[in-house]
Design a protein around this ligand. Structure first.
Ligand SMILES: Nc1ncnc2c1ncn2[C@@H]1O[C@H](COP(=O)(O)OP(=O)(O)O)[C@@H](O)[C@H]1O
Ligand SMILES: [Mg+2]
Length: 258
C-alpha cells in the first residue's frame, strides 16, 4: 500500500506539492494524470526516496521513504521498479547486460536470493515476456523507441518487484506502439500481482488500462475515481479529456478486462 500524507515540496520558491494526499491500495493499476509540470515525476521520485519532502509522509508498506537513506533505501528499492520516461538504458551495455544489471547488483528476485549462474536464464525469460526474445546481444542504440521501452520494462520485471512505477510510458511513441506498451503494462501487473502506478497525460491508454484514475492539479490530488466516474466529473481538465476521445467511453477497460 502506498500512502502520501500531506506532502509539501518546493524548489526555490516554486511550490510544486501543496499538501498532497494519495492512497493506492495493492493490486491495482493506478494512473495519475496531470499536465506537464504538475509534479508527476516529482511524486515518483518521492516514492523512490530519491527526493525528500519538505513536510509530510511517503509510505510504502509502512516504511517512510522520506526517512530512508543509503543501504536501507537500496534494500527497500528492491521492492520497487521504476521505468523512467527516457528508458534510461546504458548505451554501452548490451540488452542482456542492461536487463541483468539490478539482478547482478542485488542477487535478489521477488525477495529471494539467487545464484549468479541463473542470471542469464532470468534475463532471457524476462526478454521473452516483453516480446524481445533473442535481442540479448544487441545494443540499445540499435533498438526502436518501443523496443527500448520494452527493454527497460524487462530490466524491472526481471527482479519481480512488488511495485512498478512507469513515468509517462507512452509519451513520444506512436499510437500503435503505445497500445502494445499499454498491453504489456497490464500483462506485467497480471503476472506480478503487485501494484502498478503509471503517471501519464495520455487519456486513451489510461482509460484502456486503469482500475482507478487520479487527477493532480495545483499541487494536490483533485479527483480519484474509477475511469467511468472520473470521466463524468465536471472539471475543466476532464472536459478536455472527453473532447479528445470524442466522448467514446468504450475505451474504458479495453486492455484491462481481457
Ligand atoms: N530538481 C528540481 N529542481 C528544481 N525544480 C524542479 C526539480 N524537479 C522538478 N522541478 C519542478 O517541479 C515542477 C514539476 O515537475 P515534474 O514533476 O517533472 O512535472 P511532470 O508532471 O511534467 O512530471 C516543475 O515546475 C519543475 O520545473
Ligand atoms: Mg514528468
Amino acid at each position: 500500500m502506498i500512502i502520501m500524507k500531506n506532502v509539501y515540496k518546493s524548489f526555490n520558491g516554486n511550490q510544486v506539492l501543496k499538501g498532497l494526499n494519495l492512497e493506492i491500495p495493492n493490486g491495482e493499476i493506478f494512473v495519475l494524470l496531470g499536465k506537464s509540470g504538475s509534479g508527476k515525476s516529482v511524486i515518483l521520485k518521492h516514492l523512490m526516496g530519491l527526493m525528500k519532502p519538505d513536510k509530510g509522509e511517503v509510505l510504502i508498506d509502512k516504511d517512510d521513504m522520506s526517512k530512508l537513506y543509503g543501504p536501507k533505501l537500496y534494500e527497500k528499492l528492491m521492492d520497487v521498479g521504476m521505468i523512467f520516461q527516457m528508458g534510461a538504458l546504458f548505451d554501452s551495455m548490451t540488452v542482456a547486460q542492461n536487463v541483468g544489471f539490478y539482478l547482478k547488483e542485488h542477487r535478489m528476485r521477488g525477495g529471494k536470493k539467487i545464484q549468479h549462474s541463473d542470471i542469464n536464464k532470468f534475463v532471457s525469460e524476462s526478454l521473452e515476456k516483453v516480446g524481445l526474445k533473442g535481442t540479448e546481444a544487441l545494443y540499445p542504440g540499435s533498438l526502436s523507441g518501443g523496443m527500448r521501452k520494452r527493454a527497460s520494462i524487462a530490466r524491472c520485471v526481471v527482479y519481480k518487484p512488488k511495485y512498478l512505477f512507469y513515468d509517462e510510458p507512452t509519451t513520444g511513441l506512436d499510437p500503435i506502439t503505445s497500445q502494445t506498451i499499454a498491453k504489456l503494462i497490464v500483462e506485467q501487473q497480471n503476472e506480478l500481482k503487485g501494484t502498478t502506478l503509471v503517471v501519464s497525460h495520455d487519456i486513451v491508454t489510461t482509460l484502456a488500462i486503469a482500475d482507478r484514475i487520479a487527477l493532480i492539479e495545483d499541487g494536490r490530488i483533485e479527483i480519484i475515481a474509477s475511469p467511468r466516474e472520473f470521466m463524468k466529473h465536471k472539471h475543466p481538465t476532464i472536459s478536455v479529456f472527453n473532447e479528445m476521445i470524442g466522448g467514446d467511453l468504450s475505451l474504458i477497460g479495453k486492455l484491462r478486462n481481457g
